[in-house]
Design a protein around this ligand. Structure first.
Ligand SMILES: *Cc1c(COP(=O)(O)O)cnc(C)c1O
Length: 243
């Protein structure tokens, strides 16, 4: 058995355990493989082992791996910071959901392009629940108003919320981030906005997926625990163009 499939088994056991502990249905939690920096051959091993959902952060990588992965059935989400001039490229690469809608300019330009192409796309609203300057995402205070604005854009189908929790060894502080996202989901769902389905909570990564599942995650995004350590620090992905 390869290292990747062995890690997958471990992660799935962790998800199973967390669901049991939280009294949740295992089928309500999906594993997304966060595949930034991971070459297509290694991603293929995971897909062949039965995984169906991957997430990329960078349009460049998405494009590079597209041809190699095209022959193998899987679903692809975009989970990174998206520059508006790269929207067209993302739409060419078979992405079914953009999890990182974090500003109105991006939502509007994406909607325009989708309208032009005559199609719709699933999106999640990214919320900055940790209040860290360096992270992308709409502020929790602005999230409801922002969701209302995005809901007006007909080609975007809002399916839920996404967040990157605080990086901390203190589980309770991390938990507050996930609780906050969950409470926003409930508040937004109550508004019954047309075209908005508050179904997904994308939260939890290698280090905090148990906490996220306890707090209601429906998608956990795991990279390091499956594919090993990356050479670039996460700040390279999370705060490019930010101080
Ligand atoms: C890299 C990344 C992950 C996975 O993080 P790991 O700690 O490697 O599991 C999840 N979500 C996003 C948005 C990421 O960029």
């Amino acid at each position: 058995m390869s290292e990747i499939t062995a890690h997958l088994t471990e992660i799935k056991n962790r998800i199973d355990e967390a669901c049991k502990k939280a009294g949740r249905n295992r089928n309500d939690v999906r594993l997304l493989l966060a595949t930034k920096t991971v070459p297509a051959e290694r991603i293929k091993i995971a897909i062949e082992a039965g995984e169906t959902l991957i997430g990329e952060n960078k349009v460049q990588e998405l494009k590079e791996k597209y041809a190699d992965l095209q022959t193998i059935i899987h679903e692809k989400h975009f989970i990174g910071h998206l520059q508006t001039n790269k929207i067209k490229d993302v739409l060419k690469c078979g992405v079914t959901c953009i999890q990182s809608i974090d500003r109105i300019e991006l939502a509007e330009k994406l909607n325009q392009r989708l309208h032009f192409e005559g199609r719709k796309m699933d999106v999640l609203i990214q919320v900055n629940t940790s209040a860290e300057e360096s992270k992308f995402g709409i502020s929790p205070q602005g999230a409801i108003e922002f969701t209302k604005q995005v809901a007006e854009l007909n080609c975007l189908q809002i399916k839920g919320l996404m967040t990157i929790g605080l990086f901390s060894a203190e589980t309770e502080k991390v938990r507050q981030c996930f609780k906050l996202l969950h409470s926003l989901k409930i508040e937004i769902a109550k508004l019954n906005l047309s075209g908005v389905q508050m179904k997904e909570l994308s939260m939890g990564m290698s280090g905090d997926l148990e906490t996220a599942i306890e707090e209601g995650a429906t998608i956990v995004r795991v990279g390091t625990a499956i594919f090993g350590k990356r050479i670039y620090p996460d700040s390279y992905y999370w705060n490019e163009n930010k101080k």
